[in-house]
Design a protein around this ligand. Sequence first.
Ligand SMILES: Nc1ncnc2c1ncn2[C@@H]1O[C@H](COP(=O)(O)OP(=O)(O)OP(=O)(O)O)[C@@H](O)[C@H]1O
Length: 365
Amino acid sequence: MPEPMIEFREVSKRYGDRTAVDRLNLSVDRGGITVFVGPSGCGKTTSLRMVNRMVTPTEGTVLLDGRDVGDGPAPALRRSLGYVMQSAGLLPHRTVADNIATVPRLNGVSRQESRARALELLELVGLPADAASRWPAQLSGGQQQRVGVARALAADPPVLLMDEPFSAVDPLVRHDLQRELLGLQRELGKTILFVTHDIDEAVMLGDRIAVFAQGGRLAQYATPEALLREPADDFVASFIGRDRGFRHLGFFPDAGLETERGESVTAARLEAARPAEWAVVTDDGGHPLGWADPARPGVLVTGGSLHREGDSLRTALDAALSSPSGRGVVVDAAGRLVGTVAPEAVLAAARAASPALAGESPGEA
Ligand SMILES: Nc1ncnc2c1ncn2[C@@H]1O[C@H](COP(=O)(O)OP(=O)(O)OP(=O)(O)O)[C@@H](O)[C@H]1O
């Protein structure tokens, strides 16, 4: 077993008689994303900040790459860890490039080299090169967070600490930032410790998820799938929420899903079409546009999400349930119509994939 990148050993933090973190024992593997999730005030941020010594434990030890973070000077430790906060925390009177170059400059990297690195990082986080000379206030919230990520990566630290980095941006931008973070992690192989109070964000990003409960207690530490399948206690079950069965479908591939070809018509022929049943309407390239309802000839009925082949059963069920016809539309990677799927077929595929959903114990054939 390789040594964990970060290890909490019997770590507690108390403020007066209030326990912020209660005897935390947890190992963070190298590479991948570990998420700390839980309701407000349960010790996620305090735990994260004990890694970079912004907070000192009352008891116990935090190890980074096998070494006690308490040994040696704190500034050197912090420079070896990338840190991204909820507000990007950029210096307002420095350009974007100078903000990104701050830590490399402190580490003695030349001005020219740190600027070149800043430009590379801007591209990596999806910002145009001309953002380099702008002031932070001239960027949107999402762009500022991207700069925050670039700045955290500037000294190429093996570990990134991220404290609710995307919670202040709007949901669409947030989704983009989450996907980009997954891509960055795969590309760079960093160990990322990520704090959020949003279980959906945790499930989307986490290779492993630590659920914290009131009083700074670690309630469960598991993969997202294990967490959704088998919450350790009532607190975890209620925190994960009532949609957990639906979320769990996100871990089932659509391999066994039965789709039906069914009838389809092109938009050009919709006017004349008299389908016997609901039929998918496509453009000339086979991309779905909506449905033809047998009861309303000539009308294009839109609505319903699409299921792309290879996605999970969650998107398949969503497509089926959101469709005006009661059947989900399935498309290929190029967005062309493959067929349709009934909700029953999605449930049958889920049962086939999971003995638990079929009501069998795992030991049964
Ligand atoms: N400097 C401090 N002084 C006193 N109490 C503190 C201090 N920092 C945190 N606490 C308390 O410790 C507990 C844990 O706080 P922490 O910020 O770690 O929670 P959290 O899970 O990150 O919550 P949030 O999502 O709201 O940030 C809370 O009860 C908080 O009030």
